[in-house]
Structure formats: C-alpha cells, structure tokens
Design a protein around this ligand. Structure first.
Ligand code: XBP
Ligand code: MG
Length: 258
C-alpha cells in the first residue's frame, strides 16, 4: 500500500524555466547598475549553476573569474547588497511579465490538491522570489496551496546538502517515504535523495546533461494529456503524462524496493 501524503517541489527549472531568462538577466542588470563590467553569458551561467544560491554564485565568480577584483569595503556586505538588488530586479521582472509554468505543472498541482495530497516547496532561491512566482505565474492565492515553503538562507548548507528537504519534512511532520520530490538538476536530486525522498526529475535545456542516476523517473517534462512526456530513465508504467495515479504507483514501488 502506498503511503504518499505530500509532493515537494523545487522551484527554479522545475516549476518554470526561471534561470536563463530570469535570474541570469537580473544578475547582469545588478552588476551593470553597480558599475561592474561583469556579464554572465548563457554559457557561463550554465557552468555557474553548479554553485547553488545567488550569493554563493557571486562569491564563486569573484574568486575564480575576477580574482583581482576587490570591493571597497567588506566583501560579505558587498555581495549581500549586490544580491539584494538582483532579487529586487528579478521580482520586478516577474511582477511585470510572468514566466510560463512548465508543461503539466498547473494541472498536476490542481489534481494533487483535489486528491488530498499536501504540497510543499524546497528551494535554494530566496523566499520573496518564490512568493512572486507562485502569485504571478500560478494563481494569486497559490502561496496558500502550499503547507510548507522552505526557501533560501533558512539552512546554512544549500543543495546538494539535504538540509532544505529535511526542513520541509520536519515542517510537514512527515517521513521521507510519505513524500515524493520533483527536481530538475543534479544538485537538487542529490539534496532530495540524501534526505531519503524518492525523486522524479524533469530535465530542461540547462540540466539535460546532468547525472540523474538515483532518480525514480527522469522525463523531459510532466506532460499533458495532449502532450505526452518522453521517458529518459526509469519506468513510467505506460503513462503518457504524470498524474496522481502514477505518483502513487511510484511511491509504492519505492517502498517495496526499500
Ligand atoms: C536554484 C538556485 C538559485 C537561483 C537564484 O537552485 O541555485 O540560486 O539560481 O536564486 P534550485 P537566488 O532550483 O536547485 O533550488 O539568487 O535567490 O539564490
Ligand atoms: Mg532547480
């Protein structure tokens, strides 16, 4: 018998393709506004995504790509201020023009709610980014659909550490085997797997080359009745799109395997 009680979603790259045309652009705008000549090209950004967390990513860039650069004052405060401006620009971008949700996301969230499954978020990005994305891209009331939104700096160690998923489990008051996680990246999959949660991956243009061994199912997207997913790894049990029935089967299968 399956024990599935909750679905825990990553945000960036999983709910919507927010990285390339969203976060990356906001970082570059913040750099320009601060008078810095830094430009993160799509190609460079793809490499920088290996470092999760915007502040952590800026620090990594400074250490490895512009090692001679020294900010006037305290480095931590400099990065924090730069990142604050990036967050302001990113949220403003979403307020004025929503980024579309990935295929199947809205449908699956609605079906899961109707079936009595609880919803949660476990993400590296800042909480204000999650709020505006849910509000503008999903539904004005969408924040209330999620019992738990675990985001950003509430954990000192970001993905691939399991901490953010562990916080989500603790706040849901559920065991890992009672949940399924949805991720799009290797760091995300490592994080959810280390927390003991069975994970379904939907890849995107920035992550399709990642190592997803350990995922229960790897798909190109969640699919819709008129837009079937492609199975990249795992057994989709003959399904053409992800629905609650398939998720219950996956959860049951994971319990039997354990
Ligand atoms: C998302 C991230 C974040 C975003 C930017 O990873 O790594 O850093 O790129 O957001 P995941 P912030 O999808 O695995 O949670 O600048 O707010 O950190
Ligand atoms: Mg992600």
């Amino acid at each position: 018998m399956h024990k599935l009680k909750a679905l825990i979603f990553d945000v960036d790259g999983t709910l919507a393709d927010t990285e390339g045309d969203g976060h990356r652009v906001a970082f570059n705008q913040a750099f320009a506004a601060a008078g810095l000549e830094w430009q993160w090209s799509p190609r460079l950004y793809e490499a920088l995504l290996a470092i999760t967390g915007g502040k952590e990513r800026i620090r990594h860039y400074m250490d490895h790509y512009v090692p001679d650069f020294k900010p006037g004052g305290d480095e931590k405060a400099f990065i924090a201020e730069l990142h604050r401006d990036k967050t302001r620009r990113y949220t403003e971008m979403l307020e004025t023009g929503a980024i579309p949700l990935r295929p199947g996301v809205r449908r699956l969230l609605n079906e899961a709610r109707a079936a009595g499954l609880r919803l949660a978020i476990a993400t590296t990005t800042s909480p204000e980014n999650v709020s505006v994305l849910l509000r503008k891209c999903l539904d004005p009331d969408a924040e209330a659909w999620f019992d738990v939104i675990a985001a950003g700096d509430i954990v000192p160690a970001k993905k691939p550490a399991p901490d953010i998923y562990e916080v989500a489990l603790e706040r849901l008051n559920l065991k890992p085997e009672e949940c399924l996680a949805f991720e799009d990246s290797e760091n995300g999959l490592k994080s959810s797997s280390r927390a003991g949660i069975t994970t379904l991956v939907t890849v995107n243009d920035l992550t399709h080359g990642h190592d997803f061994s350990g995922a229960r199912l790897v798909l190109d997207h969640l699919g819709e009745p008129d837009r079937p997913f492609k199975v990249l790894a795992g057994d989709a049990r003959g399904a053409a799109y992800v629905n609650v029935e398939l998720l219950k089967l996956l959860a049951e299968e994971a319990c039997t395997d354990a």
